[in-house]
Write a protein that binds this ligand. Structure first.
Ligand SMILES: Cc1cc2nc3c(=O)[nH]c(=O)nc-3n(C[C@H](O)[C@H](O)[C@H](O)COP(=O)(O)OP(=O)(O)OC[C@H]3O[C@@H](n4cnc5c(N)ncnc54)[C@H](O)[C@@H]3O)c2cc1C
Length: 419
């Protein structure tokens, strides 16, 4: 590292492009190893998918690789919530079953453990839904809920205190081994992680095409409604069961899909995932619709928004609600659940290519850092977050280049790196 105060004129062990949850997760995993890290972000703060979602860390509904990554990221969420100081709760996930086939599906999934199934009266005591519209329900244990509106900014502030440099309002324009070219000049790095979500098609169009990455746009809203009791966990419905790996893989899912699609082709056409999370201020995030296109148009259908409202009124048994905000979310959608590829030596592109990046992003980022610097996935990051210098021997043993970061305390590095 040279003495300049301009982050672009330095060289780093790791440059991360993108300050969403995936990029921040990579920066965090690297700084915990004692590495010298810079995050490059085109905006002035995180405003991508990572702040537009439900904040649902939906671990127990995943399967396969997604489950492994979700489990790997769980402790990181808990630790960062404590150390960076943002709202998160160990809520589990509630699932309202409005039909016997939905109850049969959650019961089949519960055989694998970690899911409790309830009758209608029991479930109505757990969730403020209209007792008349449910036949039962379930709670997925171990899931978490974060406030997506505050988490990323708090993590940025925390990483800054750990010595991570941030280059805001700086776009990466191209990347090669050892270097990221940006709108503020070239930034040198031993390793680069691209965590730009769907914008991977602007940096690496061939890779994006190969992975069939396109944009999935979602209608979302935040509402005030007179619930009969607080909603103390994310709430899923039968529509949600059609899309999460753990349920989707079971034979019992087919009757649910067939019935819902036959009964409500209008909702199937907007690819509804009817779900809700309540924020600490009592307002409720309501979602969501899905439409995939490489270059989606920004126009949001009022019919789709009205459908979200109507479904919420019916499920919660309330007469009216007030929409406080509406927004369009966007995430990468691809042929698999994840993109994780070394595109040239020392440059990895990572993304969740379905809507589970909050849940799996920290695990994905940790795995990428382990692949870049060595160490088995799941075995890294054993050092305390406040002691980045103490992580140096482990990083050295793995062949990482620590450079001047070894000689600096986190506070010194933070001061050095502040733009
Ligand atoms: C409406 C909605 C609801 C969702 N709900 C959930 C949920 O409840 N649970 C869950 O697990 N997942 C959910 N997801 C998915 C999840 O939010 C995303 O998968 C995750 O946030 C992706 O994180 P990211 O860091 O890859 O992307 P982003 O948060 O989008 O960050 C990417 C960053 O890269 C920056 N960038 C792009 N190109 C460049 C460049 N060339 N140079 C510099 N910077 C660049 C962008 O400005 C952006 O800040 C939801 C998504 C949406 C949209």
């Amino acid at each position: 590292m040279n003495a300049s105060n301009n982050p672009a004129s330095r060289s780093y062990d790791l440059v991360v492009v993108g300050s969403g949850i995936v990029g921040l997760g990579a920066a965090y995993a690297a700084v915990r190893r004692g590495l010298h890290v810079c995050v490059i972000e085109q905006g002035t703060r995180p405003t991508g998918s990572s702040i537009r979602n439900f904040g649902h860390l939906c671990i127990g509904a995943q399967a396969g690789e997604a489950r492994e990554l979700a489990e790997a990221g769980r402790d990181t969420w808990l630790r960062l919530s404590r150390d960076a100081g943002f709202w998160l709760r160990e809520s589990g996930t509630l699932i309202a079953a409005r039909h016997d086939d939905e109850l049969a599906l959650v019961s089949a999934a519960a055989a694998g453990g970690g899911i409790e199934v309830y009758g209608a009266d029991e479930f109505a005591a757990l969730a403020p839904v209209d007792r008349r519209v449910i036949v039962g329900g379930a709670r997925v244990l171990g899931d978490l809920q974060a406030n997506p509106r505050t988490a990323a900014e708090k993590i940025v502030a925390h990483l800054s205190t750990l010595g991570v440099a941030f280059m805001w309002r700086t776009s990466a324009t191209s990347v090669a081994t050892d270097v990221v070219h940006t709108t503020r000049g070239a930034v040198r790095a031993d390793q680069v992680i691209l965590a730009v979500n769907h914008d991977i098609d602007r940096l690496l169009p061939d890779i994006a095409e190969e992975a069939r990455v396109q944009r999935c746009v979602l209608d979302m809203m935040r509402v005030q409604m007179p619930l009969s009791a607080p909603l103390d966990a994310p709430l899923l419905t039968g529509w949600s069961l059609l899309r999460y790996g753990r349920f989707e893989s079971l034979a019992e899912v087919e009757p649910v899909r067939e019935r819902l699609h036959a009964a409500r082709p209008d909702l199937a056409a907007i690819d509804l995932n009817q779900m809700y999370t309540q924020l600490p201020d009592g307002s409720v995030i309501v979602g969501d619709t899905h439409h995939r296109d490489p270059a989606p148009l920004p126009f949001q259908s009022e019919d789709a928004q009205q459908a979200l409202i109507d479904e919420a009124l019916e499920l919660f048994g309330v007469q009216s609600l007030r929409v406080i905000e509406r927004w369009q979310g966007v995430y990468a959608s691809g042929s698999g659940e994840f993109l994780d590829r070394e595109v040239v030596p020392g440059v990895r592109a990572i993304a969740a290519t379905t809507g589970i990046g909050m849940t799996c992003g920290f695990g994905l980022a940790q795995r990428a850092v382990d692949a870049a610097f060595g160490a088995a996935f799941g075995a890294g990051a054993a050092t305390p977050a406040t002691s980045v210098v103490a992580a140096a021997p482990a990083a050295e043993a793995n062949g990482a280049l620590l450079g001047a970061t070894q000689e600096l305390t986190p506070a010194q590095r933070s001061k050095e790196n502040t733009e």
